[in-house]
Each structure stands twice: as structure tokens, then as C-alpha cells.
Design a protein around this ligand. Sequence first.
Ligand SMILES: *[C@@H]1O[C@H](CO)[C@@H](O)[C@H](O)[C@H]1NC(C)=O
Ligand SMILES: *[C@@H]1O[C@H](CO)[C@@H](O)[C@H](O)[C@H]1NC(C)=O
Ligand SMILES: *[C@@H]1O[C@H](CO)[C@@H](O)[C@H](O)[C@H]1NC(C)=O
Ligand SMILES: *[C@@H]1O[C@H](CO)[C@@H](O)[C@H](O)[C@H]1NC(C)=O
Ligand SMILES: *[C@@H]1O[C@H](CO)[C@@H](O)[C@H](O)[C@H]1NC(C)=O
Ligand SMILES: *[C@@H]1O[C@H](CO)[C@@H](O)[C@H](O)[C@H]1NC(C)=O
Ligand SMILES: *[C@@H]1O[C@H](CO)[C@@H](O)[C@H](O)[C@H]1NC(C)=O
Ligand SMILES: *[C@@H]1O[C@H](CO)[C@@H](O)[C@H](O)[C@H]1NC(C)=O
Ligand SMILES: *[C@@H]1O[C@H](CO)[C@@H](O)[C@H](O)[C@H]1NC(C)=O
Ligand SMILES: CC(=O)N[C@H]1CO[C@H](CO)[C@@H](O)[C@@H]1O
Length: 840
Amino acid sequence: MASLWIASLVLCSVWGARGQTERCSGYEATNVLEADSYLTADLTVIGNCSSHSSDIEKLRLLVEYQTDSRLHVLITDTDDQVFQVQEHILPRPRSQNSTLGTSGLRFSFTQSPFSFSVTRASTGDILFDTADAPLIFETQYIRLRTRLPSNPNIYGLGEHSDDFRLPTSNYTRTLWNSEAPFIPYKQNLYGSHPVYFDHRGESGTHGVFLLSSNGMDVKLGTSDQGQQYLEYNVIGGVFDFYFLAGPSPAEVSKQYAQVVGLPALVPYWALGFHQCKYGYKSIDDVRQVVDNYAAAGIPLETMWGDIDYMSDHRDFTTNESAYPLEKVRQLVQTLHNNGQHYVQILDPGIHRDGGYPTYTRGAEKGVFLKAADGSFYRGIQWPGVVVWPDWFHPNTQDWWTDEIKRFYNADSGVNVDGLWVDMNEASNMCDNTDCSTSQSARTWATHNGIEIKRRSPNPVPFLGVPERDLFNPLYRIQNRWGDISRKTLWTNITNADGTHQYDTHNFYGTRMAAATRNALLSRDSTARPFVLTRSTFAGVGRVAAHWFGDNASQWDHYRVTIRQLLSFAALHAVPFVGSDVCGFNKNATEKMCARWALLGAFQPFYRNHADVTANRQEFYLWPLVTQAAKKAIDTRYKLLDYMYTSLWKASADGTPNASPLWFFYPSDSNTFGIQNQWMLGDALLVSPVVDDDSQSVNLYLPDDIWYDFWTFEQKAGGGRTHRLDGVQWDEIPVHIRGGTVIAMRTESANTTAQLRAKNFRIIVAPGKDGTAKGGLYLDDGASLDVGVNKSEIVFTWDGQSFTANGTFGFATDVQVERVVILGGEGEHARPVKDAISSNE
Ligand SMILES: *[C@@H]1O[C@H](CO)[C@@H](O)[C@H](O)[C@H]1NC(C)=O
Ligand SMILES: *[C@@H]1O[C@H](CO)[C@@H](O)[C@H](O)[C@H]1NC(C)=O
Ligand SMILES: *[C@@H]1O[C@H](CO)[C@@H](O)[C@H](O)[C@H]1NC(C)=O
Ligand SMILES: *[C@@H]1O[C@H](CO)[C@@H](O)[C@H](O)[C@H]1NC(C)=O
Ligand SMILES: *[C@@H]1O[C@H](CO)[C@@H](O)[C@H](O)[C@H]1NC(C)=O
Ligand SMILES: *[C@@H]1O[C@H](CO)[C@@H](O)[C@H](O)[C@H]1NC(C)=O
Ligand SMILES: *[C@@H]1O[C@H](CO)[C@@H](O)[C@H](O)[C@H]1NC(C)=O
Ligand SMILES: *[C@@H]1O[C@H](CO)[C@@H](O)[C@H](O)[C@H]1NC(C)=O
Ligand SMILES: *[C@@H]1O[C@H](CO)[C@@H](O)[C@H](O)[C@H]1NC(C)=O
Ligand SMILES: CC(=O)N[C@H]1CO[C@H](CO)[C@@H](O)[C@@H]1O
């Protein structure tokens, strides 16, 4: 075994000892201990790197064959001082004690200077190899470089608005959650997901997840020697890698979801159509919009309240003139009576005003982050001067839950169906790091801080190395705002558990989303919560859905939504995502909004939302958009159970609910760069018109059998690009992949509640071998725990007969009206007895 573990042992030379050279040579591995399923070693620095801070001289290496498809490589300081993401924030998967003999991945290393590689056992393909540059492990800068093949297919490292297949020349992905209006290219956006997929065609796909919340630049480039590389430059934390073997792309997605946590299933109603706008002047205005949708005959499922509803933009208040509580309650009641829903926004910044009960209750419980002098640390957000919840304080969850239960009390407050957390990067409107705008300085002077005692240092591990420069680290990540503390919370702030914002910044927003989900569960322990968050971190899918932030009403942002969908759903285990349909900033135009209404209908989260400075863009405002939206929603609703089934599958085992074509055709290199088409579930290929104001689309159909979703006409893909002209403004090209079965409702409805009473029609699309397979998941769509009251049905068509098999625990009166077999001499329907309530 030893010879396999140490594939390339190089005995260290004399110059390796510490102090004998000033050269930065990395580390030397000693005391190597091997067992069947793990390896440990000590790493000691050789030479002097200290490029941006001090070298950590002694490190520990732990390698675990955790499962046959997951290899864990952890490099930490021996003192356990360096920050590591708290176990309760991201619970680590335990090793299942796989062994070298059975693992799909193989670890080997060189002793001095230390480097390691990971190979695919079945092919010998080197997936990761750090030999080209010494490991650097300093207190505020860690670096590791791996070789990549030339012209690699690398995806992930979100959140970004760049090409789905990442550029690989002189390209930097900075991960540092930030306010990002207009979602600019090549910059850090609202979320951080330090995972990439490396797709190598026929030889397989693997994933590499660096479990780190520290700010980082991940660089893709070519060295002077012409070697393609990917390099991590991180301003703290440890190297905690999970290598995911795949080998199929969807298997990597599942393996990743097992590490960061399976996403939560959303309630069924969340799949309906949502409307929002920043700038609805009053509750009467909102009611009018609801009525207008009904009058136009466009099904509206959920109305949203942006910050307009608040008094002085304070959480848990209503503007008593424009949004009087009684009228808000009446509207919510009306919506509920119609089977519709209502969601409101919350921001993390809590207005610092002694007369504001949310603030005073929080202050009494000490739940806010503290400045150096012990007063509550202040910043600027919509309400003006604010303080910020410290999600690590032991009282914060209780305080937040209590505020949510008070204000969203069904009997006396706003009976929301879900909550939306925004600005949670956190976005601080101070335009410089010292936040000394005259406005803030003035207001601060009038509200003296409550005196809080400073905390004593905490002797627990992983709090972060002391004595770091938490404000201006020497290695400057390419944060879009410059200094890492700019436009957010100061990174030198200490959290209640003794860690610092410097290390925990990237999951501040995810913590807020998690606390909000917990609060909703405390408000109603049986209902499935719905939380939408702007800021995200690895694993956020466990607690929340995500929209792509403040984009604009422009064609390039319409296109960006596709690659953002692909990234979140297929690579980041966040299935319930979507854009602000018709764009947030700037004015939408009729044709673009019509196209976007159709595009959004085929993405998981479907919400029209515009900024206060933009014109209104409700679907009923233009004839073309009305027509397109009606058709879009009609079709989406018929397909809603198909979409719900794929979301359930994602929550059950991490299977992506939306994915790029190469997930299904991994050896077809034509698909690797496609980012304007997507597979929705495993059966539908969506190929929208993407060019500005165009009626033509070039769509790629892999070599397979396809059926036009709208006409059922069979089409040989041929592995080539097909041009469609004359695509009308209410049309979107969609194809059914041969070999699949789709359960559709026979008709649409005005609400998802009504939809649930409609019967099914089953579409069978035989593949090349004449067979087809698909599934349908049914439950009440609302309960957190449905227990046995669910149906997991598998449909099979063997070319002769149709079978519905599985479990049928969900009681329903809904029938399957017919089964339609596509192909042959055209569509022919077969009568079925009842494919969803019995095992025939
Ligand atoms: C390493 O180099 C840095 C700067 O070049 C220097 O300040 C430091 O003292 C050196 N450390 C050792 C242990 O030689
Ligand atoms: C794996 O091995 C470790 C140490 O030998 C042991 O503590 C652990 O329970 C094992 N885990 C499983 C899943 O067998
Ligand atoms: C690499 O990118 C940076 C930042 O975009 C740019 O300033 C620099 O000129 C580029 N270098 C090369 C060699 O293209
Ligand atoms: C209430 O809403 C009105 C209308 O938008 C606005 O003018 C006013 O400033 C708001 N009042 C408060 C306290 O937010
Ligand atoms: C953070 O650093 C700034 C600038 O040096 C300083 O003014 C502030 O007091 C520090 N805050 C904390 C909490 O240490
Ligand atoms: C949007 O349209 C309004 C009026 O229709 C106009 O005042 C405003 O300048 C436009 N905004 C942009 C960004 O073009
Ligand atoms: C929706 O409601 C309208 C008006 O009440 C009605 O005319 C229409 O048929 C309904 N549509 C569906 C699909 O039920
Ligand atoms: C399942 O349904 C039965 C019958 O409606 C009900 O009594 C039971 O409580 C349900 N179980 C769960 C876990 O919801
Ligand atoms: C039907 O499903 C059950 C388990 O749900 C399985 O044991 C059985 O083999 C399946 N039958 C067919 C014909 O697929
Ligand atoms: C991703 C993207 O399209 N970003 C653009 C958003 O809009 C701003 C302003 O119009 C552009 O500068 C960005 O390039």
C-alpha cells in the first residue's frame, strides 16, 4: 500500500531545512503515517516565503478516502488557530472509510518540496497537481496552484456574470460577497461558491471544492512555461479540499450536494408567477396591480412587498399613511382567499433609534456587532444609521424569531407566506470605510451608544490567528470596491464567538437566511418555509432560494440569466433560482419583456421585479407581453409538476433540476461552451431567442431524437446547429429529449392551488432504442414533513407497454386522462386506468 500512497517520493535535500535558505520553497513532509483509508503527515516550511504576512511554519496534512468518489485533503496549522468555517455553519461530511483500493481517486505526493496530485484511478488522468509552485501558507495569505490541461473546460466559482465555461487566460474570479448593482462582468458579485467542475469529455468530469469562506482570488492563466493553471490566492483560512470523482457531470453535482448539504424543497406555490416592484406607492397601488392581473387574465400567484411598505425603511414596521397595517392585512386576506400569496422583504440593517422597539429589544439582548470601543458598530442602510445583527450571538436567533413572530403574526400582523432577505452581503451604504459621511456623523452624535463590555479573548480553536491586520491585509483581493471593508461591515469586527468578519464575511447573508428560515419554522413548525436571499455561500440551498440580484432591463442581462441558472442549479446546489424578469434597473421594452416572460417561465423562480427608478413593467402593460405571459404561464403551469418533481429530486439526492447540455452529452465537445440553452429537468431543452430584438435563433441539437415540445414533431438532432426563423414574440423553442416521459396537467389554472385539482396527461417521448422513462413526485406541496403521504412514481415505456410503478402514498382524486406516445405515425393516445393512484 505504501508504494501506492507515495507515488513519487523524493527524499529531501539538505537545503530544505528552515533558515538555511531565504528562498521560498514551500514545505517538507515528514512523519508520514498511512492507513487504509487515510494518511497524515507533518509539513515544515523550508525557506522563507512570508510574501504578504508571516509563514506558518508547521502544518498538518490529513488525507481521507472518505467515500469511493470523495477524497478529502486538509492542510491546517498544527496549533488550530487558523480560522476554519464553524462546524455548525457547514457540517462536514464524515469519512465512510473508503480505501485506496476502491476509491475512484488516488492521492500521491512528493515529500520535499511538498506537493500533491490527485489522479482518476480508472484512467490515470491527473486531475490536480500542485508541483509547479510551492505551497504558501501564511497567516494572511495562502496559495496553491494546480496544473490544468490546455484549453480546459472549467465551470463554477460563482457568483459571477461571466461566461459559463470560464475564460482561462489571465482571468481572476474574486470571491468576496458584495453589493453589485448591474451585476458587472469580471467582478465579485453577491455570493461565494468556491467549487469548480473540470470537464474532460469522455474521460470524465470531476469537481474541486475548497471549503473556505475567506476572501480569495482564483486565477486561471498560463505560466511562462506555457502551462495552464488554476491558482488559489486566499487571505486566510486553511486548505480544506474535497475532490469529487464524478465521473458523470450530474454525479459531481450530487457529490457536491452531499458535502454542502442537500437543498430544501420549496412549497409548491413558490413555483407560481410572482410580481414585485420597488416603488409601489401604497397598499392601494398594490391592490390595483393584483386586480389588473386578474382583469388581464394573467395568473398571479404571489404579490411581493419591497421596502416601500416600511415606515422610514425600518424592518417590522408599516408606513401608516401609505401602507396602514389594517389595509395590508385586508389585502393579504384577499390574496389568501383567492389562493394567492404574499411575501415581504427584510434587510439586516436595524435602524439605531432608541424609540424603535426592534432596536431596543435587540440592544437589550446585546445582539448587534460591536465596534472597538464596545458600542454597537454602525453603518448606513435604507433607514439611515443602522446597527447589524451578530448572527453568532447566542441571543440573536431568539431576538430575530421574536421580531418575525410579532410582526408576521397571523392574527394581528402581516400574515406573510415567505420572507425575502436583501442587502445581506452585508451592503453598507457608507461610501468610505470610515463611514464618516456628514449624514452619519450627525446622526451618530444624537444617539449615544449603549455601553457594552468588551469580550475577553476566547480560548477555543479556529478563531483565527491573533495579531493579523484584519483591515488592510497585504494581499489585496480584487474586490470591486477596493478595500475589503468598503461598502460592507468592517472586517476587523469580532463576532460573538470570537471569530472575525474578516473570516466570516462571505456567509453573513447565508446566516441571515438561515436565521430567517428558523424563525419561520418557529412561527409555523409544520409548513415548509420559503426564504429568498440575495447573498449566498456554499450550502445556502439548504435554507434559501436565490435571485440573481439587481440586473438591468437589457438584452445582455436576459442572456446572463441562463448561465447564472446553469451555475447555481447544476454546480452550486441551489436549485430554486431565477432573475428579475424583464430586468430590475432601467426601463424594459415591450419585445424584450415578452421574450423574458417566456424565458423566466422555464426557469425555477419566476418573478417580475423592477426598481423604483424604472418604469412599471407588469405583464399586462403591453399587448405583446400580455400575450406572451399568458402563454408562458399557461405552459409553465401545465409543466409545474414536472418542475416540482425535478426540484424534489434535487432535494432528495442533489440531481440538478437544470443543467447545461454537456451534462447529458458529455462527449459532445460542441456542447461544452453552450450557454444560451439549458436542460430543464431531464426531458426539456429550452433554446430561447437570445439576440437583441431578433426573431431567429441558432440552436444546437445533439445527436439524438428530439421532439418539438409545441408540435410533437420528431426531429433528428444530428449534432448540429439548427436555425429557426420567424420565432414570434410569444414563442420560445423547446424540445423534448427522446427517451423521457413527462407528466403534464391537462390544463392550466389561475393559481397553483387550483392547478392541483387538474388531471394529468402523460407524454412519452421514445428515444433511439424506442423506450422511455420518467418520474412524477406528488405530495401536498406544503408540509415540511409529508411522511408517507407522497407518491414517487416511475413511468416506463418499453416500446410496447406503459407502466407506472413506485409508491402511491399521496391520496388524490386527480386522474391520468391519457398517455400520449410520440413518434411513429404521429401522436397516438392510449387509455390508462389510473397511473398516479395505483400500482398497475
Ligand atoms: C523572512 O523574510 C521577511 C521579509 O523578507 C523577513 O521580515 C523575515 O524576518 C524573514 N523570516 C525569517 C524567519 O527569516
Ligand atoms: C472510520 O474510521 C474511523 C477511525 O478508524 C472510525 O472512528 C469511524 O467510525 C469509521 N467510520 C465509518 C463510517 O466506518
Ligand atoms: C491581465 O488582466 C489584467 C486585469 O484585467 C490586466 O490589467 C492585464 O493587462 C492583463 N495582462 C495581460 C498579459 O493580458
Ligand atoms: C410613507 O409613504 C409616503 C408615500 O410613499 C412617503 O411620502 C412617506 O415618507 C412615508 N413615511 C414614512 C414614515 O416612511
Ligand atoms: C478597525 O480598524 C479601524 C481602522 O484602523 C479602527 O478605526 C477600528 O477601531 C477597528 N475596529 C475594531 C473593531 O477593531
Ligand atoms: C425611463 O422612462 C422614463 C419615462 O418614461 C424616463 O423618465 C426615464 O429617464 C427612463 N429611464 C431610463 C434609464 O432610460
Ligand atoms: C382565470 O380566471 C378568469 C377570470 O376569473 C377566467 O376567465 C379564466 O378562465 C380562469 N383561467 C383558468 C385557466 O382557470
Ligand atoms: C398522512 O396522511 C394521513 C391521512 O390524511 C394523516 O393522518 C397523517 O397525519 C399524515 N402524515 C403526515 C406525516 O403528514
Ligand atoms: C416497481 O417498484 C418496486 C419498488 O418501488 C420495485 O421493487 C419493482 O421491481 C418495480 N417493478 C417494476 C416492474 O419496475
Ligand atoms: C453583466 C452585465 O451585463 N453587466 C453590465 C450591466 O450594466 C452595466 C451598465 O449598463 C454594464 O456596465 C455592465 O457591463
